[in-house]
Design a protein around this ligand. Sequence first.
Ligand SMILES: Nc1nc2c(ncn2[C@@H]2O[C@H](COP(=O)(O)OP(=O)(O)OP(=O)(O)O)[C@@H](O)[C@H]2O)c(=O)[nH]1
Ligand SMILES: [Mg+2]
Length: 274
Amino acid sequence: MNLKDLEEEMRSYESYSETKIPQGFYRIVRLDGRSFHKVLDGYKKPFDMSFSTSIEKTITNLMRDSGFRISYAYTQSDEISFLLSKKDISFENRLEKILSVLSGLTSSYLAMELKKPLAFDARMIVLPDQEKLLYYFIWRYSDSLRNALTSVTYWTLRKEGDSEREAMRKMYQKGTSELNELLRSLNGNITDYDPRFRYGIGFYWDTIVKDGYNPKKDEKVKCERRVVKVETELPKNYPRYLLWLKNILKKENEDIFYIPSFPYEAALRGIIFR
Ligand SMILES: Nc1nc2c(ncn2[C@@H]2O[C@H](COP(=O)(O)OP(=O)(O)OP(=O)(O)O)[C@@H](O)[C@H]2O)c(=O)[nH]1
Ligand SMILES: [Mg+2]
């Protein structure tokens, strides 16, 4: 027995280190803030613009500097979805590496912004085709609408003097249309809030042309630069969001060439799109 044997044996206990994501799939990493109800204690409820700006900076930094090729990112509440480009071959698709590095980087960027320790959990979503990829993003978008409606209704009840328990009781088991009704009866209006808090925020790549200078030839030149664009006013209904997303992903060569029909359409109807 020598040290090489020890190394080999010990490595054999790294049970998941060789777990790889199968090739040819769309990969999305979704991060969710751990116990953010505590981390964001003292921030404005239900929505805080400075927190939103911090998340915005965090995601922009991640897209620029993480070393991963991220085609699109979407955030709502305390969660972030990163779509990895099909051209991204970081860590040879090793699951543990991708999840831990992305969540570590995101946590440290945001911790620097908020000036306190925090963490994001991470999961990998592996999608078989472009149809399911688009469904995924509508799902998170509709979750954002529902979350926003729930938070606004809850905090409107609280402002009206209800205790935590009373507010929860009035909202118990209510669907989206009933919550909308309840909110209207309280003269609350979801459109009073910035669209980013209702629809979430999208991040994508764009190319801009800038004036530059070539010192060797002593002449003005045009330079192309890739920049991260932040969309804080996403389309206000899901068919238009789909179309918008399709165009963004097409520019990133993600092969999105058709808009699927959406079998969950009826289920989404309860959410009032404005
Ligand atoms: N004050 C404030 N809180 C926010 C804002 N956005 C998100 N949050 C908080 O983040 C929480 C996100 O929900 P969850 O992810 O289900 O709850 P969590 O506390 O992070 O718990 P786990 O994710 O299960 O660890 C919300 O319940 C809010 O408490 C904001 O703009 N302002
Ligand atoms: Mg959370």
